[in-house]
Design a protein around this ligand. Structure first.
Ligand SMILES: Cc1cc2nc3c(=O)[nH]c(=O)nc-3n(C[C@H](O)[C@H](O)[C@H](O)COP(=O)(O)O)c2cc1C
Length: 399
């Protein structure tokens, strides 16, 4: 018999797990996969909330059929138009031709643009609601969380928030659906990596959305990825609040780009000096080896950042260039920075990192350390000075 997954008496999870895709959005590695969550509310009227990526569509349509049991869907609520959630809309409209598509005024141009759909639309505005019978759906706009058309749907009789991508996570649902059924420690990094990389640029819209949702009595959060939150709701909301305020912990992320090991030696030296000064949480990443999404995730976690690059064709090494480009694009805020590197003639690495510091407006704790070829004693002394200033600054900020 087909698995029907209840999340409440008459509300079902009809999502799919994707363990095949290597790169989410063709960029972010997802070693633990990802789930596309969609939900069906079976009442006098039937509403489907969001859909799934088109690669998962066959399984998805079967899941819906199993729940609908021959009935037709009346509404499709489109909280978010990104194709990993809107990819099955056209197939649903073909299967349920009378179904009305519920969205806001920014939803429908995208619906037409992506899928050529412009009929059977029902526009909702902030505060509008739809009665399904027993259940009542209320709509709130949360623009730029993380697209312009994003909205959330609150089912007010059960206190269920259908939150779109907000509170989502990478990682498949391996038999479990609810947060208290699964190993949250195993998923922890995938939850924060999802926030930092997908939502992270939109700290201020996230803050506004949290304020707006603050008054609701939320008993369950059904996001479009990751677990259904019912036990750790306060926890995940507190995390979103912290992350979207760029509030970080005491610790230092050292990222280096090095071809022949000179810059890397400086990274190790700085780390040792930090430890000697009582900094325990240190993460060293080689920008060539570790995908930026993991590095950015650590940068969202820790206040201190120390970046080092060899000089490369008059500028930065490409892997470091990519990282700082992403940090600038996301406008990550509120860090203290150290800079180091190595050159063999006119340099370029340290110089570009210093420009980056000005653009992103992070506080630089000390003069950069820049070795000419292999680091000499004076360069290690400067590495020590960076570590000393960084440790002092962190102690000041966290004492
Ligand atoms: C392809 C290539 C391009 C380089 N471009 C520059 C440059 O523009 N300016 C400079 O001072 N050194 C340049 N260098 C020299 C390296 O930056 C220098 O050897 C440095 O010590 C390498 O550090 P690493 O051992 O951490 O890789 C270049 C080296 C290579 C291999």
């Amino acid at each position: 018999m087909h698995n029907r997954v209840n999340i409440s008496d008459k509300i079902y999870w009809v999502g799919c797990n994707d363990r095949r895709t290597h790169l989410f959005e063709n960029y972010w590695p997802i070693p633990k996969g990802v789930a596309y969550n969609s939900y069906v509310i079976v009442d006098e009227k039937i509403a489907i909330v969001d859909t799934v990526e088109k690669g998962a569509m066959d399984e998805y349509l079967d899941n819906i059929e199993a729940v609908l049991d021959g009935r037709q869907a009346d509404y499709l609520i489109v909280n978010h138009m990104e194709p990993d959630h809107s990819g099955s809309i056209r197939s649903l409209t073909e299967r349920y031709p009378n179904m009305q598509i519920v969205g806001n005024k920014k939803t429908f141009p995208m619906l037409k643009g992506f899928y050529g759909i412009s009929e059977n639309l029902l526009e909702v505005k902030e505060g509008d609601s739809i009665d399904l019978g027993e259940h009542k759906l209320n709509f709130a706009m949360v623009p730029m969380l993380h697209w312009p058309e994003t909205m959330v749907t609150f089912e007010s009789t059960k206190g269920i928030l259908f939150s779109g991508d907000a509170f989502g996570a990478f990682g498949t649902l391996d038999g479990s659906i609810f947060d208290d059924e699964l190993d949250l420690d195993y998923l922890e990094e995938e939850i924060s990596r999802y926030y930092s990389n997908i939502v992270g640029k939109y700290g201020s819209p996230t803050q506004q959305a949290l304020k707006k949702l603050g008054g609701l009595d939320i008993k369950m959060i059904c996001a479009t990825h990751g677990p259904v939150w019912r036990t750790h709701i306060a926890d995940i909301i507190a995390k979103y609040d912290k992350w979207s305020k760029y509030d970080t912990d005491e610790g230092v992320v050292i990222v280096f780009s090095s071809m022949y090991g000179n810059t890397e030696k400086m990274a190790d030296n700085i780390a040792r000096q930090l430890v000697k000064r009582g900094i325990k949480k240190i993460r060293i990443h080689d920008a060539s080896k570790t995908h930026p999404s993991y590095i950015i995730n650590d940068i969202f976690r820790f206040r201190g950042v120390i970046l080092g690059s060899c000089a490369y064709n008059g500028g930065l090494f490409p892997a470091m260039e990519t990282l700082i480009h992403e940090l600038q694009n996301m406008a990550v805020k509120n860090h203290v920075l150290g800079i180091f590197g190595s050159k063999a003639w006119g340099g370029g690495g340290v110089r570009t990192l210093s420009k980056f510091a000005e653009t992103i407006k992070w506080e630089v704790v000390a003069e950069p350390a820049e070795a000419l070829c292999a680091p000499a004693n004076k360069d290690y002394n400067q590495c020590e000075a960076i570590a000393e200033s960084m440790a002092n600054r962190l102690k000041e900020l966290y004492s």
